[in-house]
Design a protein around this ligand. Structure first.
Ligand code: COA
Length: 188
């Protein structure tokens, strides 16, 4: 799909910085009493959308999410804050970096639960891709994040190429031999 292009005024990272804070209530928990990973993912998608749409000045869709590793469990009663900022802009896409922290409001102790990167793509009302404004990098942190994001994008493109090239041999016997050492049995 080709994008409609027009030179837009650049916007600073600060312009679209977004924070969402939400109290973790019992209905968000799993059978183990911790907060569902899906609840956090949904909040991350929301904050990514707000940040991206503010920068783009348009509706945005989530194109991809880079690794979400939950470093520590989140408990019911904690206050989760998701801090989002635009790390990188391409042509019609941009990358939103999200840092998630969770606070025990009784003790004020804060833990970092995860950091992730959402690639969002801007669309107009007719569902056509649209160019996003360029980014004004106002400090060293903005520059570092932009460069790291560009590097992550390159690594991802290389990974995609390698992953597309993964083809197992057609020879079933050979495939079975390749399973040696794995914790599985072939019952066929
Ligand atoms: C994401 C989507 C807009 C890409 O559309 P497309 O026609 O393939 O667009 P293109 O290949 O021209 O890519 C457009 C931009 O998106 C980026 N992009 C597309 N797929 C991507 C991916 N998987 N990861 C990262 N970036 C991606 C491209 O790099 C390009 O960026 P640029 O313009 O800044 O250079 C389209 O696949 C889509 O609408 N997907 C559904 C999104 C959605 O509904 N999300 C909600 C989850 S249900």
């Amino acid at each position: 799909m080709s994008a409609q292009t027009n030179e837009l005024p650049y916007k600073s990272v600060r312009f679209s910085e977004t924070v969402i804070t939400e109290l973790m209530i019992p209905s968000y928990s799993n059978f183990g009493g911790k907060i569902h990973g899906g609840v956090l993912l949904s909040l991350m998608d929301k904050v990514a959308y707000v940040c991206a749409a503010k920068h783009a000045g348009n509706y945005c869709v989530t194109a991809s999410i880079d690794t979400v590793d939950f470093l520590q469990p989140v408990e019911v009663g904690e206050l989760v804050s998701l801090m989002a900022s635009v790390n990188y802009v391409g042509n019609t896409s941009l990358v939103v970096g999200i840092r998630v922290i969770s606070e025990d409001i009784k003790t004020n102790s804060v833990k970092h639960t995860n950091t992730s990167y959402f690639t969002m793509v801007a669309k107009d009302e007719d569902n056509n891709l649209v160019q996003v404004p360029g980014l004004i990098l106002e400090n060293r942190e903005d520059v570092r994040r932009f460069l790291e994001s560009r590097r992550r994008k390159e690594l991802k493109q290389n990974y995609r190429k390698e992953s597309d090239a993964i083809r197992m041999p057609n020879d079933f016997e050979q495939c079975k031999l390749m399973l040696g050492g794995e914790r599985c049995i072939v019952s066929e």
